[in-house]
Write a protein that binds this ligand. Structure first.
Ligand code: HPA
Length: 248
């Protein structure tokens, strides 16, 4: 079954019917993980990464509980939605990016299911963090929506996602360093989400919406007001992309 993880501004699958709320109990948290289960002929699960009212900041997301809850609900492939900042030329506000690589700059997050308490060690291959087939489906869906739209959105069909710790945005110098490292976009939540999915045997693909130029790309500062505007509009586009993926 498909699982969708919604990011900023994306807190529900938006279904009023055929909807069941699950409250998943996992060994990784004391609180339940709420999941929407949409029970149509193409069933899928939806989880809001930041909670329904965006009360969980990136560094406090319980990624292990989220992935374990989705796995337990029967999810075998995940499409993750992320709002990001653009670093590369084609990744300005409003652009859609389906990254094919990532660099992890996060620290102190619980980033594996394996460990002493579990009494197992598992070294997963992570050469290619995003599932190719799922990424290709996302690219086709984006192209299909773009073809129907009067003004097509810029799309990057590959790119490197640099994952920072947050919740603060980066300094201009940090973004310059990330650019030298080869990052095309910057966000705070792809890790350890992607690697935990890999450990859990769940295929993971990611679609990102650029909501701002990353720090220092423009001389001005990044404002939350401009981010909100791009986010609202972009999430409508992403919902159309997702409806194709769900019906695939
Ligand atoms: N940096 C990190 N995460 C982000 C940004 C950014 O500029 N924009 C949206 N998420």
């Amino acid at each position: 079954m498909l699982g969708i993880i919604g990011g900023s501004g994306f807190y529900s699958a938006g279904y009023a019917e055929n909807l069941r709320y699950l409250e998943m109990v996992t060994e990784y948290s004391d609180v339940v993980v709420p999941i929407e289960l949409i029970e149509t002929d193409k069933p899928f699960a939806f989880l809001a990464r930041h909670g329904k009212d965006h009360h969980i900041p990136p560094h406090e997301i319980n990624f292990r509980a989220n992935i374990d809850a989705l796995r337990e609900a029967g999810v075998t492939e995940i499409v993750a939605i992320n709002a990001v900042g653009g670093i590369a030329e084609g990744a300005g506000p409003g652009a859609i990016i389906i990254p094919d690589q990532l660099i992890d700059y996060t620290w102190g997050r619980q980033s594996t299911f394996c460990g002493q308490s579990k009494r197992f060690v598992k070294h997963v291959d992570f050469s290619f963090p995003f599932d190719r087939a799922l990424s290709d489906r996302l690219i086709s869906a984006v192209n299909a929506i773009n073809e129907q739209s009067p003004a097509a959105r810029p799309v990057m069909t590959a790119g490197v996602y640099g994952v920072t710790q947050g919740p603060r945005l980066e300094t201009a110098a940090e973004i310059q360093k990330m650019r030298r490292d080869g990052c095309d976009i910057v966000g705070m939540t792809a890790m350890p989400e992607a690697v935990l999915a890999r450990e859990a045997g769940i295929n993971y693909g990611l679609i990102a919406l650029s909501v701002n130029w990353a720090a220092g790309i423009l001389p001005s500062e990044v404002t939350m007001e401009e981010i909100e505007v791009v986010l609202a509009d972009g999430n409508q586009f992403l919902r159309r992309v997702l409806s194709i993926i769900i019906d695939d």
